[in-house]
Design a protein around this ligand. Structure first.
Ligand code: FES
Length: 89
């Protein structure tokens, strides 16, 4: 895993466990899926993004098998997140 390109200004108080493209990952509770992945995931496994306000649709992921906009969705403990690069069909 390469160094993440983003860091929170303050260390989050609480972390939750999700699975990202089949791998376990801890992300800050209360942040958007996009923010959590940008902090914790490397470039290769982070979703693409541009606006971070729900308009460009570049951050679409699947969460528990349903498509979602990562910048407008908060993760829950145990969520299974798949980035588009990992979608098989
Ligand atoms: S980054 Fe543009 S919709 Fe999420």
């Amino acid at each position: 895993m390469t160094e993440p390109r983003f860091r929170p200004l303050l260390e989050p108080a609480d972390w939750i466990g999700v699975r990202l493209n089949g791998e376990p990952l801890e992300v800050p509770r209360g942040m958007s899926v996009l923010a959590g992945l940008l902090i914790r995931a490397d470039d290769a496994s982070s979703p693409g993004w541009f606006c971070a306000i729900g308009q460009c649709q570049r951050c679409r992921v699947r969460i528990n098998g349903r498509e979602a906009v990562a910048c407008q969705t908060s993760p829950a403990e145990g969520d299974v997140i798949e980035t588009r690069d990992s979608w098989s069909g």
